[in-house]
Design a protein around this ligand. Structure first.
Ligand code: ADP
Length: 406
């Protein structure tokens, strides 16, 4: 039975890590950021809530993990969980071995920045903790229960059968955690039909029926769907040929524009950060006001569309930095969604304190809840399951061997 779990989330220019200690609410966590630059550093908190700030000029992923993890090694994790964005067709968390590493590598074309960085993280932790079990927890795995009519695109069949072109969906760890926690709070654990809205720098919606994902807004890559911090979400696919023909842009330039210069940042021409935009809008900035309006309208539209995946709609969960903290965005979004009988209790919505869970509907129609996500906690839980199942299998093998020898 694994006890304390080190959770690693290795991104393209940053690494988040957290050590979830046995039987404690307290977590040691850190963020290595600005990797590869003169300003690279590790920030976080350690035991006793002591802040940590280590300057590691020009450190790359390997160096940052070494510096961060050497300090954590004193607390002896029993297992390591890696958040992996793209698991291709893998349907659940897996103990990392050569075969799983090949799966992650094979999915690099589908998530080039993320999966490449995850492999660097896995290699570094395997070197630093050669004896510890390591588990890959995939963002895509929760969505592998989607029916074909939700995950297939209307493009020639061979692109799916030979090249894996389909909707995969992301943020699965968060949608899984929030829908389980939320349905438990609502008194119907993993029962009924729920919508989740994970709203952070990346944002996505999900429809969940009896605890299983049946549709989600992100697609082949995490670009599809909602308006995000710097990502456009849905655009007319012909935008690509329009820009190529009329502006002479190549595919790399178009890709960069859609991923890094669009979304809230592109619309507002000001910031990708929702707090900044709300402040600017209050001061009369019209572009910021429009960016917020597009964000909320497109979110409501996505939720309405995803409700088609549910035989019945019990309610909606808001989560992520924006979903958990902004009563304003929740109210504006719900104002576009009167259609299913949704009825927001504005006082309860405004009164909800940062970081707390609570119900914010008026008691008629589908329920509306705010449920703070806990991706690290969920990853640690999945690591426990995988490691325990593996230990169980080993014990079974040993006892079978003994019986054979006897
Ligand atoms: P990530 O996807 O990087 O994990 P988060 O879930 O932390 O991101 O969400 C970041 C977003 O949450 C930012 O746009 C930030 O402005 C927004 N946010 C955080 N607090 C608030 C708040 N009180 N009101 C509005 N937006 C907020």
């Amino acid at each position: 039975m694994s006890k304390s779990v080190l959770v690693i989330n290795c991104g393209s220019s940053s690494i988040k890590f957290a050590l979830l200690l046995e039987q404690q609410d307290f977590r040691i966590h850190g963020l290595a950021e600005n990797l590869g630059t003169a300003d690279a550093r590790i920030k976080g908190v350690t035991v006793g809530n002591e802040p940590v700030d280590i300057h590691i000029p020009f450190a790359d992923h390997k160096k940052a993990l070494e510096v961060g993890l050497e300090r954590l090694a004193n607390y002896k994790p029993d297992a390591i969980g890696h958040r992996v964005v793209h698991g291709g067709s893998l349907t659940k968390a897996e103990l990392i071995n050569d075969d799983i590493i090949e799966h992650i590598r094979a999915a690099i074309p589908l998530a080039p920045l993320h999966n490449h960085a995850h492999l660097i993280g896995i290699e570094a932790t395997q070197r630093l903790f050669p004896d510890l079990p390591q588990v890959a927890v995939f963002d895509t795995a929760f969505h592998q229960t989607m029916p074909a009519h939700a995950y297939r695109y209307a493009v020639p069949k061979f692109l799916y059968t030979e090249h894996g072109v389909r909707r995969y969906g992301f943020h699965g760890t968060s949608h899984a955690y929030v829908s389980e926690r939320g349905s438990a709070l609502a008194g119907s654990f993993k029962q009924g039909g729920w919508l989740t809205a994970h709203l952070g720098n990346g944002s996505s919606t999900c429809a969940i029926w009896n605890g299983q994902s049946v549709d989600t807004s992100m697609g082949l890559t995490p670009l599809e769907g909602l308006v995000m911090g710097t990502r456009s979400g849905d655009v007319d696919p012909s935008l690509h040929s329009f820009l190529a023909k009329n502006l002479g842009w190549d595919i790399y330039k178009i890709d960069k524009m859609l991923n890094s210069q669009s979304g809230l940042l592109g619309l507002s021409d000001l910031s990708n950060d929702m707090r900044t935009l709300i402040d600017a809008s209050e001061k009369g900035n019209e572009d910021a006001t429009l960016a917020i309006e597009v964000f909320c309208y497109r979110l409501a539209k996505s939720l309405a569309a995803l409700s088609c995946g549910l035989p019945e709609l019990n309610g909606l969960f808001f989560t992520g930095g924006i979903g958990e903290n902004s009563a304003y965005i929740r109210e504006k979004t719900m104002s576009y969604l009167p259609h299913f009988g949704f009825n927001l209790n504005k006082d309860a919505n405004n009164a909800l304190k940062r970081g707390t869970e609570g119900r914010i509907d008026a008691g008629t129609g589908p329920q509306i809840w705010v449920v703070p996500t806990d991706e690290e906690g969920r990853i640690a839980q999945e690591v426990h399951h995988v490691v325990d199942a593996h230990v169980g299998q080993q014990l079974l093998k040993k006892s079978e061997l003994k019986t054979e020898l006897a």
